[in-house]
Design a protein around this ligand. Sequence first.
Ligand code: 5RP
Length: 274
Amino acid sequence: MSWGLKNRLARILNSQTGRTVMLAVDHGYFQGPTTGLENPRRTLEPLIPYADSLMLTRGVLRTSVSDDIRVPIVLRVSGGTSILKELSNEGVTTSVEEAIRLNASAVAVSIFVGGEFERQTLLNLSRLVDEGERYGMPVLAVTAVGREMNRDARYLGLATRIAAELGAHIVKTYYCEGFSKVVDGCPVPLVIAGGKKIPEEDALRLAYNAISEGAVGVDMGRNIFQSDSPVGMIKAVRAIVHEEASVDAAFKLYSESRKVMHVERTVASAESAE
Ligand code: 5RP
């Protein structure tokens, strides 16, 4: 691994805790204006100060993120399909050269193990790893789960291990029962996605369990930006990932932040009515 690649990885994984809170806001690349992300700039602005990195496409980066931010960018570089078609039919949409131009700290590519286009997506990953090694650019493999796949330890263990074998530097997967087995079988750091929006306390428990069982962090989207208090939620997730907070303590942090947000909104709407 070159110095440049290691340095880029170190931007993403916090040097003190070795962990990371990645904010995933790339959903639009296949599902369009996702709830909570209709206006990416508006969603992102209050959250950026709390994210260790942002995972997004070049389109959202260019249009909706100010160029003076210091948060590392994990650039989504696979796509080419939509929710209306077979999701696994992805290609590489953005070159490593462009990722360097955009000052990205890593590129992200989905693999669909068991999907119709499994081979194509595994070769996308392999090609990006080759290029990434050439230019010092880490590759995050997203183990995307097709509609027909079970998110269990056997399947996720298979997908994460294949990603690591093909050279991914970080792997993103889902939390599942028996997650520590998935961690054991994957020789590179694992982060978990949050998945569909669930109650805040449950999402915090998911993050807590994943970290306790060996994940180095989260790459979470909907359970943060679709929360009734996105800032409260990202602060709570940070407390779990970086400060070993319990689920109760993190939930309290979220609830307090939510209360403050409601008070601020009430004051602002009273002032605008005057
Ligand atoms: C899509 C992705 C998303 O970034 C991922 O699903 C993370 O977001 P969420 O926490 O909303 O599941 O990689 O393939």
